[in-house]
Ligand binder design. Sequence first.
Ligand SMILES: [Cu+2]
Length: 148
Amino acid sequence: MMRGAWVLLAVLVCVSIPRLGAEEVKIIGRDFAFDAPAMLGAGMTTFSFENPGDVRHEMIIVQLRQAVTEQHIQEALQGGITLRKLREQFGDGDLLGILLAMPHQSSAGKLIVNLVRGRTYLIICQIEEPPGAPRHNLLGMYTTFSVE
Ligand SMILES: [Cu+2]
């Protein structure tokens, strides 16, 4: 009887544990472009970030509002929009998270995001390095991916 209860408890615990990080996706931040998939599946997704370049990079993830495209983002960035304004104008909610990676290293942490089917997400780097350089997104360091 007691043994049966323990088995039942073990089954319940296993069933109720969310599948955190079931899908892992590596984003690569080069000097100065992202290598990222154009399409990802919905659900919990673990992002890691690798920097093979010679300067520090970050990857910020933002969920975009419906009907916002990479073209909108490109035009806004070329117009000199700040990240805050970009998020307010085109983002759906706050930033989802940031990963940072030093040159020739991977980020120390990972980022788990629950990707929503039918939505588009922006990945962007705002860093200005070396000193005096333009923000990396102005050099091409942004991209979008869609979730199916
Ligand atoms: Cu960068």
